[in-house]
Ligand binder design. Structure first.
Ligand code: ADP
Length: 422
């Protein structure tokens, strides 16, 4: 112990005080010693000064050591209190320790060694207690901070939840708006298409070449616009969960051949070959033929759109008994590997420029992906930039449907009556 220790000795007997003083000095301890003779003086002292240790007599003129210890501890005095007892009474010692004494020593055993030993122990205990207390205090503070942070996080979570609800409402409103507007636009668009078709019929009068050319342009643009409107309408329906599949039993090879026939003229116009291989032992599936046609149409029109030379190939095969894979390959521009994960996102087009070479809404693949997922299927793509792409969808032969769809009664007859022939 190198530092100077502040020690208080509480004893009314001058001889005893001297014995303690001498013992401490002989022990080689640097001390700054204060001495008092009564309990009341001791209380005044310790309230003013912080001591490293207090040695107190058990018997004092205005009270006993036990009461003094109670009073000091009650006054939040934390430093070591060592009682010097007149007799070695075990029961008194236990009471003293219970009251908060750090240690006790019989006066008959006071010597330099015993006092130095008791002092060392008392201070070690005190320091350990102080460290524990400090650690506890830090823990309490950290806990308080954590509780506060938790509260803030909870408030933020609630705010985010509220914002999410608002965003969801806004998104639903947007989808509803898109659905209404595209639906409303379809009516005049159908009229434009219908009347242009009428005008092109010879029984409504002969048109000059220039007039015919103009009406044909109106018709083609009208059809194109109607296709775009239909995409927007479908997408908004999918987003708002209003699009239901209407499954039925049918021959998938028929739907594939008829869809390819519908789009063949586009491939011809670009001198692209268009080949179909349907390799199925059993072509009967239970699915929504219109939506399957829509998936194929999207994949095929993309394949033709993004291919300048070569061709487009469709392959249909069984994956086990219960699943069917449809592969649409092309020898077109291909897709950069960095972009491949993005192309299924809405409005995502690799070429985002207004004046881009390939027109489109950027909704086609998002709709395809959503439809395939509604059919419990998967879609994947493999592509090499500059040499072509293969889109592969895999769907169950027999799509499952929700209880609600079943209750609508649209499926019961078609499915259960024919299930055995699947
Ligand atoms: P878009 O209306 O632009 O065709 P899609 O959602 O159908 O929108 O496709 C998104 C983007 O994915 C396209 O703009 C194109 O960049 C890329 N893409 C789709 N199919 C092909 C393909 N067969 N070959 C190359 N790129 C393709």
């Amino acid at each position: 112990m190198e530092e100077t220790l502040k020690i208080l000795v509480v004893d009314d007997d001058e001889v005893d005080r001297m014995a303690v003083r001498r013992a401490l000095l002989n022990a080689g301890v640097l001390i700054e010693l204060s001495e008092v003779g009564t309990c009341s003086e001791a209380i005044i002292k310790v309230k003013k000064t912080s001591y490293d240790c207090v040695f107190l007599d058990y018997r004092l003129p205005d009270g006993d050591g036990l009461t003094l210890i109670f009073q000091l501890r009650a006054a939040n005095i934390k430093f070591p209190l060592v009682v010097l007892t007149g007799q070695s009474d075990e029961q008194v010692a236990v009471e003293l320790m219970k009251a908060g004494a750090t240690d006790y020593l019989s006066k008959s055993r006071v010597s330099s060694e015993t006092l130095a030993q008791v002092l060392r122990n008392a201070m070690r205990v005190y320091r350990a207690e102080m460290q524990a207390e400090q650690a506890m205090q830090q823990l309490r503070e950290s806990n308080k901070i954590l509780v506060q942070k938790n509260k803030e996080l909870e408030e933020q979570r609630q705010q985010i939840q509220e914002q999410n609800i608002k965003l969801l409402e806004a998104s639903q409103l947007k989808s509803k708006f898109l659905a209404t507007i595209s639906h409303e636009l379809r009516t005049p668009m159908n009229a434009i298409i219908g009347f242009s078709q009428f005008l092109l019929r010879p029984k409504y009068g002969q048109l000059s070449n220039q007039q015919r050319d103009m009406v044909e342009r109106i018709l083609n643009n009208g059809k194109h616009l109607l296709a775009l409107l239909n995409e927007v309408l479908d997408f908004s329906k999918i987003e708002s969960g209003q699009l239901n599949l209407k499954p039925q039993m049918y021959d998938i090879s028929t739907v594939i051949h008829s869809t390819v026939a519908e789009i063949a003229s586009l491939a011809e116009m670009k001198s692209l070959s268009l080949e179909v291989i349907v390799n199925l032992d059993n072509p009967i599936v239970y699915n929504d033929p219109l939506r399957l046609r829509q998936i194929l149409m999207n994949l095929l029109s993309n394949a033709i759109k993004f291919t300048k030379q070569g061709g487009v190939y469709i392959k249909v095969e069984e994956v086990g008994k219960d699943r069917i894979a449809i592969l649409v390959s092309d020898t077109g521009i291909g897709i950069d590997s960095n972009e491949i994960d993005n192309i299924f996102e809405v409005f995502r087009q690799i070429d985002q420029a207004i004046n881009r070479e390939y027109p489109g809404t950027g909704l086609g693949l998002a709709i395809v992906k959503a439809l395939v997922s509604m059919m419990s299927g998967q879609i994947s793509v493999e592509s090499n930039l500059g040499s072509g792409s293969t889109f592969r969808i895999e769907i169950p032969r027999q799509i499952s449907f929700t209880k609600e769809q079943l209750e609508e009664g649209t499926l019961k007859d078609s499915f259960f009556d024919q299930k055995t022939s699947l």
